[in-house]
Design a protein around this ligand. Structure first.
Ligand code: TXA
Ligand code: MG
Length: 348
């Protein structure tokens, strides 16, 4: 299949958007930018179209897709019970990096929901995404547009690496603003529960609706628990090299990583280091990547997945990463880093 790449970095190209809409309505696949990561879109109400997403990504069929909408009233056609608290959250955070889970209506195929009776819904905060959802009929299923297991794409070139020849179109909207996937909150039970941490954290949710739980499988409280979002159980974001997160005082972390880096270099290997703007000059060798500033959390989240992909290209022997327990997005960032590292963490 020939994959068309269209440039919408400077704004929406109406002719190309109309073509994208036709592709989606005919059951095809279009990758598009959102404020979190790039999505791989298909008509969510067409089960054959949804199936194509699983095939293009190599995604296990029990891992449900998020349905993206562009208008609040569209929620009621796919969600069977919308609690008042969900309406409050939607009012506050939509369009935005929040996904909510509801009991599904019959029109949503089980292929889209990975066989579940619930459906995940999100209204993204990106003009290209919203225009595409409207052009495609209003309900666009979209997982992150990466091959299953690889880091989520935060730029169109990442999508092209994974999806060229497998999908009809990639819309290039430039680099994303947030860089980690949306917060997922299950609204289908008694107490709303966070199933995946993202930019919108527990405190922000609780300020609007009161008590919100967090799935023990992702809070780190219980490493043996089975996550409630099926996708959270899979190996994810895994760079090809073995990765270790080093936690402790800045001085100890730098000194430990430097010792390890020197050892790798002595033995003829080239390690990579995930550093911050504040610490990058203190490392003595290896491929040092400052992912962002500790004073600006979004600079860190935005570059996280891209840095993991770059290390793959540069074929580093090992990756050493600082920990990033930043105030707002710390849980979201560390959740992705821990997965990338296969939970290998060292306290120094
Ligand atoms: O920011 C995002 O959410 C991006 C952009 C493209 O919108 N999308 C995204 O989709 O991250 P994906 O498919 O990569 O991740 C969706 C996650 C998976 O972990 C999946 O298991 C979970 O949401 N999920 C979807 N529907 C669910 C449901 N009904 N119940 C529980 N978990 C669900
Ligand atoms: Mg994903």
């Amino acid at each position: 299949m020939n994959t068309i790449i269209v440039d919408m970095k400077a704004g929406i190209d109406e002719a190309a958007m109309a073509q994208a809409g036709r592709i989606l309505r005919a059951g095809g696949l279009v990758a598009f930018p959102t404020e979190t990561v790039y999505g791989l879109g298909a008509d969510a109400l067409d089960e054959t179209a949804s199936e194509k997403i699983y095939r293009a990504k190599g995604r296990p069929s029990d891992n449900p897709l998020i349905v993206h909408i562009a208008a609040m009233q569209d929620l009621y056609r796919i969600a069977a019970k919308v609690p008042g608290k969900a309406e409050l959250l939607a009012e506050k955070f939509w369009p935005g990096p929040l996904t909510m889970i509801f009991q599904k209506q019959d029109c949503v195929p089980l292929k889209t929901t990975g066989g579940l009776e619930t459906v995940a819904v999100r209204m993204p905060d990106h003009p290209v995404a919203l225009a595409l959802i409207r052009a495609g009929g209003g309900y666009i299923a979209a997982p992150s547009a990466n091959t299953s297991g690889r880091p989520s794409p935060t730029a169109a070139k990442h999508v092209a690496e994974d999806m060229t020849g497998k999908i009809e179109m990639i819309i290039d909207g430039g680099s994303v603003g947030i860089g980690v996937e949306s917060t997922i909150v299950d609204m289908s039970g008694e107490t709303p529960m966070i199933l995946r941490p993202g930019y919108i954290n527990r405190e922000m949710l609780e300020a609007v609706i009161g008590e919100v739980g967090i799935d023990p499988a992702i809070s780190g409280a219980d490493v043996t628990a089975r996550p409630k979002a099926p996708g959270m159980k899979y190996r994810h974001y895994a760079p090809k090299a073995d990765m270790l997160i080093v936690e402790g005082t800045e001085k100890n972390v730098i000194s430990y990583i430097n010792t390890m880096v020197e050892k790798e270099l002595r033995e003829g290997r080239m390690p990579g280091i995930i550093a911050s703007e504040e610490t990058k000059d203190h490392y003595v060798g290896g491929i040092i990547k400052p992912i962002g500033s500790r004073m600006d959390e979004l600079s860190i989240s935005r570059h996280l997945f891209g840095v993991l992909r770059e290390f793959d290209e540069q074929k580093v022997s090992r990756i050493f990463s600082e920990a990033f327990d930043t105030p707002v997005m710390g849980q979201a960032i560390m959740n992705r880093l821990l997965k990338a590292a296969g939970h290998q963490v060292l306290e120094v």
